[in-house]
Design a protein around this ligand. Structure first.
Ligand SMILES: [Zn+2]
Length: 56
C-alpha cells in the first residue's frame, strides 16, 4: 500500500514539499513540479516513465 501511495504523493528531493501536478496544454504530458522551483519531472507516455530535472 505504501508503494501505491508514493506514486501519488511525491515530494521534492530538496525541500520535501509535495509536488504539484500540471498538464501540459499542448502535449497533454503530465508535469510534476516543486512549488519552490527546485525540481520537476515530466511523464513521457512513449517510454512510460518520468524524465527528472533538477532546477537550480
Ligand atoms: Zn523543492
Amino acid at each position: 500500500m505504501n508503494i501505491l501511495k508514493n506514486l501519488f504523493i511525491e515530494k521534492c528531493p530538496k525541500c520535501n514539499d509535495v509536488l504539484v501536478n500540471k498538464t501540459h496544454t499542448l502535449t497533454a504530458q503530465i508535469i510534476k513540479f516543486c512549488p519552490n522551483g527546485h525540481y520537476e519531472k515530466e511523464f513521457h507516455p512513449t517510454i512510460e516513465s518520468y524524465i527528472e530535472k533538477y532546477l537550480t
